[in-house]
Write a protein that binds this ligand. Structure first.
Ligand SMILES: Nc1ncnc2c1ncn2[C@@H]1O[C@H](COP(=O)(O)OP(=O)(O)OP(=O)(O)O)[C@@H](O)[C@H]1O
Ligand SMILES: [Mg+2]
Length: 275
């Protein structure tokens, strides 16, 4: 009896093969650094704003792109209430605040309007923000990512030249489990991870005692396991939180604060690895 082999047609294989994407740099910028973590609420946005201002204080030209379409934090954390201008009706001019160029979907909708958008619309908004915003001669653009490993992360990883990702985590088990997924995603998509930050690492009481509220050493352990750089620790600090809530990040409000100095040191280290 004739043996029949069943195979996939060449056309089918071609149509279902993984697409190869062209990674476009964000126009008007030298380096793109994404601040990410698959987990929500670990301090990505707080880190992104303060880190961007810390880079600025290291004499660099910096922009912040808020890529969190469903839950933008930039307008509140940077106290921006104005709409970006468009000279030609096609491109958007970023809003300048504290010497940093800023863009967020939150500039275009009011604070209480929910973004009820499907994935392709999110992808298209990200493309607009990376290709149609007139970022002006930036050394670094800091991208504040939403939580998860969804459309936004995938668009950045596949279609935009991301020079490095900084992963922010808190030390407790439940956060670390998600962070592992985040690390694996960027590794798989070949986006370089610059290192991990241990945020809300400990709380220092008035007597100088350190309390490891969310556990200890988890982020450093992940770094060892996945062979990643440990960038450093940021403690739980009420001034950091209130400054973010009041629209002037701590590094800008008080550059001599001990927490601001941690950010400025981290920024110096990252600057040194690029320039
Ligand atoms: N080290 C810290 N000390 C004190 N408060 C902090 C610290 N880091 C972040 N916070 C506070 O925790 C809250 C959550 O932070 P933030 O919004 O930056 O997290 P996120 O990871 O961006 O959240 P989301 O996943 O929703 O985007 C904010 O109120 C922020 O001020
Ligand atoms: Mg955020």
């Amino acid at each position: 009896m004739d043996k029949k082999t069943v195979g996939l047609s060449d056309n089918f294989k071609k149509n279902t093969a993984p697409k190869s994407f062209i990674k476009n740099p964000i126009k008007g910028t030298k380096f793109t650094i994404a601040i990410s973590s698959a987990k929500g609420g670990v301090g990505k946005s707080t880190f992104a704003m303060n880190f961007a201002l810390a880079l600025k204080s290291n004499d660099l030209k910096v922009g912040i792109l808020d890529a969190d379409i469903y839950g933008p934090s930039l307008p509140k954390m940077m106290s921006i209430n104005e709409k970006p201008k468009s000279e030609d009706g096609k491109s958007l001019t970023p809003v300048d605040q504290y010497g940093v160029q800023c863009m967020s979907i939150g500039f275009l909708v009011d604070e209480e309007t929910p973004m009820i958008w499907r994935g392709p619309m999110v992808t298209s908004a990200i493309k607009t923000f990376t290709q149609k915003v007139l970022w002006n001669d930036l050394d670094f653009i800091i991208v504040d990512m939403p939580p998860g490993t969804g459309d936004t992360q995938l668009t950045f990883a596949q279609e935009i030249k991301v020079d490095g990702v900084i992963i922010v985590s808190t030390p407790q088990e439940i956060a670390l489990a998600d962070v592992k997924r985040g690390i694996k995603m960027f590794d798989k998509l070949k986006v370089p991870i610059l290192g991990l930050v241990d945020n809300m690492s400990y709380f220092e009481s008035d007597d100088g005692k350190k309390h490891n509220i969310f556990g200890e050493g988890g982020v450093e352990m992940l770094c060892k396991k996945f062979n990643k750089e440990f960038i450093g620790k940021i403690p739980i600090d009420i001034d950091l939180r209130t400054a973010a809530d009041n629209g002037k990040p701590l590094v800008e409000k008080n550059p001599n604060h001990k927490i601001s100095k941690i950010f400025i040191e981290m920024a110096k280290k990252i600057k040194g690895s690029f320039l």
